[in-house]
Write a protein that binds this ligand. Structure first.
Ligand code: SF4
Ligand code: SF4
Length: 431
């Protein structure tokens, strides 16, 4: 399998069509390896007033927003967003973030946070040689502010790509040589203030690294190694999710930026580099259906309102905060809207959660126990609820026109309530 993203070549820029281009052969037959000195190359636009020039050139000339509130030494930070094997879902997720909003970071109007200058493979204004020129500037230390690398998608192993390449990102303007995304990661990571892996593909390998894995796909941390430390002393930061919650990504970025500004300590990360405050709890603990689980009531089909564990939900063992945070602006998110948890934030995803949509083997024991214990508790609560739904003067009958059957506890229920009432007030009376 070969996945190729082709940028415009210097010859295409010069006006030649792909039909007229004959790729030079190298010793290995690779169409991408040779130096192509004979090919006319395009010099990136250099005029800082040109909106299509590299942002690394435009930015030093740009005026700061009048709304900027400078509290710290860094006026701005470049955010270089790179991609490997990705579906762009992480980009979509981040553009939907609301706490903080991407546009507020770009405007630099959040007190204490530097303005973000975004160099993004999809949403940047400039493209082609102008876009790639930003990366050359970053590598050469020519940007006028520190940069953070955000990586979306798995890292594919170019050493097994044979005569081709898995993913390219621009060309060397001197030689026309295709530069791979992986090469850029290797060139930019050491000088970055921080490297943030965004989404499950970038953190642990994700879908491209599933069984079979023809590209030997892996996470950024796998590739850079456990000893990697950024120029500002930060190991790889991992924000998983497929796609991740946009707020999780930007909140983590904001926390790291506050650290870089000297306004806050390094945020707490767990042993896998996840923001501890976001991934410390299981999704089950905050799930709106957790009460059903506790009382041993389970959905039989999608659309039911009860706990989804018997339909395949892995929530009890998965670290994720979507139940309380929602997916966009507090809304939506997996079981909030009726979907099961398939473990998409976890390093074992997807293989260790397969087959998806089957009842997790371990859930049988816990759901059976919950049925037995929770079933008893649920019945006892119903007795109590019946009583608490009656005002003291209705203990015989509620005068509600909505239900002819509304009546107070009878028989055994009444005896239970009598005992409970005695016990309830025993501390006051001392009897
Ligand atoms: S739906 Fe999933 S996460 Fe929610 S209570 Fe049931 S098992 Fe837990
Ligand atoms: S609840 Fe499960 S499937 Fe949904 S985002 Fe979290 S980890 Fe992924």
């Amino acid at each position: 399998m070969s996945i190729r993203v082709r940028t415009q070549t210097p010859r295409e820029i010069a006006g030649e069509t792909s039909a007229t281009i004959t790729e030079p052969e190298t010793e290995t037959g690779s169409p991408i390896a040779p130096d192509r000195e004979d090919i006319p190359t395009k010099t990136p636009l250099r005029d800082p007033s040109d909106p299509l020039a590299p942002i690394g050139i435009r930015s030093p000339e740009a005026e700061a927003s009048p709304d900027t509130l400078d509290l710290a030494p860094l006026d701005k930070v470049y955010l270089i967003w790179m991609v490997g094997a990705s579906c762009d879902g992480c980009t979509v997720a981040v553009t939907g973030a609301t706490h903080p909003r991407l546009e507020h970071l770009l405007q630099g109007i959040i007190p204490g946070l530097p303005r973000i200058e975004l160099i993004h493979t999809v949403v940047s204004v400039e493209s082609g040689p102008e876009w790639v020129h930003n990366l050359f500037m970053a590598e050469a230390g020519e940007l006028d502010a520190p940069y953070i690398v955000c990586w979306e998608g798995s890292v594919m192993d170019e050493s097994i790509s044979g005569d081709g390449y898995w993913m390219g990102l621009g060309e060397d303007p001197e030689t026309g040589r295709q530069i791979t995304s992986l090469e850029w990661l290797d060139r930019l990571a050491p000088g970055a203030a921080a490297v943030v892996a965004v989404g499950t593909c970038a953190t642990w390998g994700g879908i491209p690294a599933a069984k079979g894995n023809p590209t030997n796909a892996m996470g950024v941390m796998d590739h850079l190694g456990k000893d990697f430390i950024s120029a500002f002393g930060v190991p790889v930061v991992n924000v998983p999710g497929c796609s991740p919650i946009g707020d999780n990504v930007l909140e983590t970025a904001a926390a790291v930026l506050l650290f870089l500004e000297g306004l806050a300590p390094l945020p707490e990360f767990d042993e896998l580099g996840r923001p501890a405050w976001l991934f410390g709890e299981t999704v089950h603990r905050h799930c709106p259906r957790a009460g059903y689980y506790e009382e041993g009531v389970f959905a039989e089909e999608y659309g039911d309102k009860e706990c989804l564990v018997e339909l395949g939900c892995w929530g009890p063992v998965v670290q994720c905060n979507i139940a309380e945070r929602g997916i966009v602006d507090g809304e939506g998110g997996c079981m909030n809207i009726g979907g099961i948890c398939i473990g998409c934030t976890m390093p074992g995803f997807p293989d260790k959660f397969s087959p998806i949509y089957e009842t997790p083997p371990g859930s049988l024991l816990s759901s059976t126990t919950s049925r037995a214990v929770g079933g008893f508790i649920r019945r006892m609560r119903r007795v109590s609820m019946h009583d608490k739904n009656m005002s003291p003067r209705w203990d015989d009958d509620a005068p509600s026109g909505f239900s002819r059957n509304r009546r107070g506890p009878r028989g055994a229920e009444k005896i239970v309530h009598k005992f409970y009432e005695k016990y309830q007030h025993s501390k006051e009376t001392g009897n």
